[in-house]
Design a protein around this ligand. Structure first.
Ligand code: SF4
Length: 370
């Protein structure tokens, strides 16, 4: 399997990483088989978090592969923002994982500037993580987030984090354009390692796994992490990693705009409709906020009940609804604007712009109906 440089950490990481959350769904015996199979086939990145089953995922990893500890980069996370909680969390993780150190400690799921400020405060988790590093219990420090590129960008401006972990796939990149426009180039320029998570958008892209993985593997990131909870999945994902084709920018652009899962509802942020309406109005700004609100998952149409149920489950996964509504409230012209239908047939992806504006306005303004 391809090995990549992991920022300035000095580590070399395998292209495919093993995400530990889904170990909660399977028994220890099966977890042991899957983790060992992953290592046997050349994977060297195993990641978990104290919060996954209150240490259950960590304990399964410890029991399964602690005897092979020098063969993999071990990553765990703490959700504690203060010094005392961070130390307690890391010491608990080390016990669970049956090791004396983790290679990377991530500040888990940092959602906004306020949480980042607590982490970076004098009595915050970051300072304590640095002490743990000096003690040899943690080798590198990073942070992770869901659907909030701004907080990672701010973190890289303010503190010497060595690694960032972010959602990135051809679906959500349309919801969070700053991921590719700002965060990835910034992290690469600073030589900060990038851990890509959710290459399948929490399972939404499972019908198109080959394209989804090819897209993720082709990005300038260090490692692509995915959950694997059965033997077929380990085989499939490892095969895809071993045999992937590096896509050029144009092929990646085609997947990002034309993949079937994007359908006729997801705004690709192309800007072609920018000329509609008054000067202080851009439909794509509203659709970007709709992406922040519910990842543009609810389309108002039910073509496939299984797909609808999955979207409904995933749409508030990132918990960013309040922020989307706050930003929407600041817009000078909102989605309830009157546009001439004949002028709105401009979207090259077939999006019915007046319909989508009305639905976005219903979501973002909390209206009773649309
Ligand atoms: S033309 Fe379509 S894809 Fe492009 S910004 Fe407008 S709605 Fe989005």
């Amino acid at each position: 399997m391809e090995m990549r440089k992991f920022g300035k950490t000095g580590l070399e990481v395998s292209l495919l990483g093993f995400g530990g959350f889904h170990l909660l769904e399977i028994p220890q015996k099966e977890a042991t088989v899957l983790l060992n199979e992953y290592l046997d086939r050349g994977g060297n990145y195993i990641e978990t978090a104290m919060s996954y089953g209150q240490g259950e995922s960590e304990r399964k990893i410890g029991r399964a592969v602690s005897s092979r500890r020098d063969e993999y980069i071990l990553v765990t996370k703490t959700g504690d923002r203060d010094a005392e909680g961070c130390r307690k969390s890391v010491e608990g993780s080390l016990e669970n994982l049956q090791t004396d150190h983790v290679d990377i400690l991530l500040m888990h799921g940092v959602q906004n500037s306020e949480e980042l400020a607590k982490i970076l405060a004098p009595e915050g988790a970051f300072g304590e993580a640095q002490k743990l590093k000096a003690e040899g219990k943690v080798n590198h420090i990073g942070l992770s987030m869901h659907g909030q590129p701004d907080v990672l960008i701010e973190a890289l401006e303010k503190a010497p984090f060595e690694v960032v972990m972010t959602t990135l796939n051809y679906y959500d990149v349309n919801n969070f354009p700053k991921l590719l426009d700002v965060l990835v180039p910034m992290a690469n320029e600073k030589e900060v390692g990038i851990i890509l998570m959710k290459p399948l958008a929490d399972g939404l892209l499972y019908k198109n796994a080959e394209d989804a993985f090819n897209y993720a593997f082709s990005l300038p990131v260090s490692v692509v992490v995915t959950g694997m909870n059965n033997r077929e999945m380990v085989k499939l994902d490892m095969d895809l990693a071993d045999n992937y084709t590096q896509l050029d920018g144009s092929a990646m652009g085609i997947i990002k705009t034309c993949a079937p899962e994007l359908g006729k509802y997801m705004c690709r942020q192309c800007g072609i409709c920018d000329s509609l309406g008054p000067d202080n109005f851009k439909a794509r700004d509203i659709f970007r906020l709709e992406g922040l609100y519910d990842r543009q998952m609810r389309t108002g149409q039910i073509d496939d009940t299984g797909d609808f149920a999955l979207r409904d489950r995933l749409r508030f996964w990132f918990g960013t609804q309040d922020r989307a509504r706050e930003e929407y409230a600041q817009l000078p012209v909102k989605g309830d604007i009157e546009l001439k239908p004949e002028e709105c047939r401009v979207c090259p992806y077939g999006i019915d712009i007046p319909y989508k504006l009305a639905l976005a306005d219903y979501k973002l303004a909390g209206k009773e109906s649309y």
